[in-house]
Ligand binder design. Structure first.
Ligand SMILES: [Zn+2]
Length: 433
């Protein structure tokens, strides 16, 4: 996808309501939908040549599903505050809608109107745990239990906790799974975590920078950062992926960082604060590969990530930001300075999972996610999460419905559908149909 967005059309973007934004560029169509309720999520896989990206609102954490006509990829599944397991697992409830019913009765969400459990399991070809933190991992054991997962990717760095033990035990219990880590497997394929000895039937090693790995037809992933060494902060173990889905590219950062908290730019607003850690590594080693269309913003929009120099190198058209109300230290993420920097590009779309969260300023109490019964996942937990998921449908090879031309550059200086209005800024005028 070229960096020039030829036209942008908005058919109403309302937090918590039905929303569709359509981007056209070259012959690519990118349709963005909010998924505030189960009815918005379709369990039919994308047609051949099309792809679907889901940013699942798991409250404070990260959970993503990427789909093609012939594959499913999970990148992380965890939360600090929506940690319910089994039938109340919020990610599992979303996958039941998006991939389809899978597994036995203990996999069926507690919500009303959910059909019977099939007893058989649908396939998730690849499941990636970016790094072993609760807000990325705690919802994944149920996914392994309820779906047929073929390959699990993990840094291999051990977080000696019950949470990580349960993740590895679920991997070990998955029939036929291939477990891959950035660390070399021990000879006995056994690891001890939180007092338990866990043996994998199949354990392989991977490294960053290798050739693209096929996900499905016309879809690949490349590993741009892999580190299984022990770090005091497991964020430094984040597995970074570049995905190519047809003509669209994505960068998945996990909690990849630049170092201590700093605003993206220096006081002049132009010069970047110094890069470090994973972001510096990516800019230095993979300057071409990180220039993508869609970015999963590192570490929930924290000032430990997203330095200006990094964002300029990535230059995404769409930024995905997953965060919630849990405090990391004294901070609720995302940091406003990071949001401001992301939104400083006029044509960039920033999609956030925290729009209706209780801590988010400007949300009426009656609209808050916790009291909303029309959301994906358990209705009765009164917590945030489940209200602000996002779906991006990617469609290669479509003709642009060029019906009229915007007369001001502010509209993108391009053509948009006659039924649509220009997105921003307000006051943008278009020519006749
Ligand atoms: Zn995190």
């Amino acid at each position: 996808m070229s960096k020039v967005v030829i036209s942008i059309a908005l058919v109403g973007l309302v937090a918590g309501g039905t929303a569709t934004v359509v981007l056209y560029s070259s012959n690519l169509r990118m349709e963005i939908r909010a998924a505030p309720d189960p009815g918005a999520v379709d369990d039919e896989p994308p047609d051949p040549g099309q792809f679907r990206v889901h940013l699942v609102d798991v409250d404070t954490g990260l959970g993503m599903l990427i789909q093609g006509s012939d594959f499913n990829l999970i990148y992380d599944g965890g939360s600090r505050d929506n940690r319910a397991q089994g039938r109340k697992n919020r990610l599992l409830a979303y996958l039941w809608q998006a991939i389809g019913p899978s597994g036995d009765e203990d996999c069926r969400p507690v919500e009303d109107g959910v059909g019977a459990a099939p007893g058989t399991q649908l396939t998730i070809q690849n499941l990636v745990l970016s790094h072993p933190h609760q807000d990325h991992a705690v919802l994944l054991p149920d996914v392994l239990r309820c779906y047929d997962v073929e390959v699990v990717w993990d840094s291999g760095a051990i977080n000696d906790t019950k949470m990580y033990r349960e993740f590895l035990q679920a991997v070990a219990a998955e029939p036929g799974v291939i477990y891959r880590t950035a660390l070399a497997p021990p000879a006995d394929r056994t690891v001890t975590v939180n007092g338990a000895s866990i043996t994998m039937a199949t354990w392989e090693q991977f490294a960053e920078g290798g050739p693209p790995i096929t996900l499905g037809t016309n879809a690949t992933m490349r590993i741009l950062h892999a580190d299984g060494a022990a770090h005091s902060d497991p964020n430094e173990n984040s597995i970074v992926l570049r995905l190519d889905l047809g003509q669209t590219s994505m960068l998945l950062m996990g909690d990849g960082e630049s170092g201590q908290r700093m605003e993206p730019a220096q006081a002049d607003g132009v010069t970047t604060n110094p890069l470090g850690d994973i972001e510096e590594h990516l800019v230095t080693t993979y300057p071409t590969e990180i220039d993508v269309d869609i970015l999963q913003v590192g570490h929930h929009g924290s000032e430990t990530s997203s330095r200006l120099g990094f964002l300029k190198a990535v230059s995404p058209d769409v930024a995905l930001l997953s965060s919630g109300g849990f405090k990391y230290g004294s901070k609720v993420l995302p940091d406003q300075s990071v949001v401001d920097m992301l939104e400083s590009e006029e044509d960039r779309i920033v999609l956030r999972t925290d729009l209706l969260d209780a801590h988010t300023p400007g949300v009426d109490e009656s609209d808050r996610c916790g009291s909303d019964t029309n959301k994906i996942g358990d209705d009765n937990d009164t917590k945030d999460g489940g209200c602000n998921s996002w779906i991006i449908d990617l469609d290669d090879g479509v003709e642009e419905p060029c019906c009229r031309t915007c007369t001001k550059k502010a509209c993108g200086d391009g053509c948009i559908a006659a039924t649509s209005t220009c997105w921003k800024p307000p006051g943008c005028a278009c020519g006749p149909t």
